[in-house]
Ligand binder design. Structure first.
Ligand SMILES: [Zn+2]
Length: 245
């Protein structure tokens, strides 16, 4: 099916903990992205995401690309997902701080332990359905704990790196204000995307300090997300069409 795709949306799923050596799934779809993401969640998206799901590992959509053609897809797939993943980039920066590194490795160890316990319980359950139910509950709680631990570690990092944190917030706010102004002025999403890409590239090229880099990367990521949302809104069929479909 992928052979017929000329232009689709590229998307990057970042696994909340690595699955073996795999940390990401990079996909391309011509259908609406939310629909495709639901398939992944239900184990019908791809072999890899199905295995990851069965291992109790959740993931986060960290990036999208508009208008992905075969060449772009090949280019993306030839590079490790980590290179494009804003979350991994951010975590790499934060991991330079030993405190963040320790908190995260502790969180990952706790996750592995809890999943192993959940697996053992499932095997010893009275029935298959009871086992599955217990396993689902335990896995959800474990994923929740991991998310909370990640947030705490990021907060601890933010508290000790106020300048970079401020730069990030500013990058996010600036991109948001700019794009809102352009959209309110009636500029089409494609045009906003072009303008923003130019600004992001300039900012990323000019960044010379950790703060500059924090501002630029947060600006870049925010702009990309907002432009994607604007395009989806433009593409959306009217309510009557939606009801018929
Ligand atoms: Zn990632």
């Amino acid at each position: 099916m992928t052979w017929h795709i000329h232009h689709g949306t590229g998307y990057l799923l970042c696994f909340d903990v690595p699955f073996g050596h795999a940390k990401h799934y990079l996909g391309i779809t011509i259908r609406p992205l939310p629909q495709r993401l639901r398939e992944h969640e239900h184990g019908k998206g791809a072999k890899l995401t199905n295995f990851v799901r069965k291992a109790g590992i959740s993931w986060t959509l960290t990036r999208t690309w508009e208008d992905c053609d075969r060449n772009k897809e090949r280019q993306l797939k030839n590079n490790p997902g980590t290179r494009y993943c804003p979350r991994c980039k951010k975590e790499r920066t934060m991991s330079e701080d030993p405190r963040y590194r320790d908190l995260m490795s502790q969180a990952r160890a706790n996750f592995t332990k809890s999943i192993a316990i959940a697996n053992a319980k499932r095997e010893n359950a009275a029935s298959k359905s009871a086992g599955t139910r217990q396993w689902n509950q335990a896995v959800q709680a474990t994923q929740q704990e991991l998310r909370a631990a990640r947030q705490q570690a990021a907060q601890a990092w933010a508290d000790t790196h106020p300048a970079q944190t401020r730069a990030r917030t500013l990058g996010r706010q600036t991109a948001g204000q700019q794009i809102t102004t352009q959209a309110d002025a009636g500029m089409p999403a494609d045009r906003i995307g072009q303008v923003q890409q130019g600004i992001s590239t300039h900012l990323l090229n000019e960044a010379r300090t950790p703060e500059g880099w924090a501002f630029a990367s947060e600006y870049d990521w925010t702009a990309e997300t907002l432009v994607h949302e604007l395009r989806e809104m433009e593409r959306q069929p009217g309510p009557e069409l939606e009801a018929a479909g």
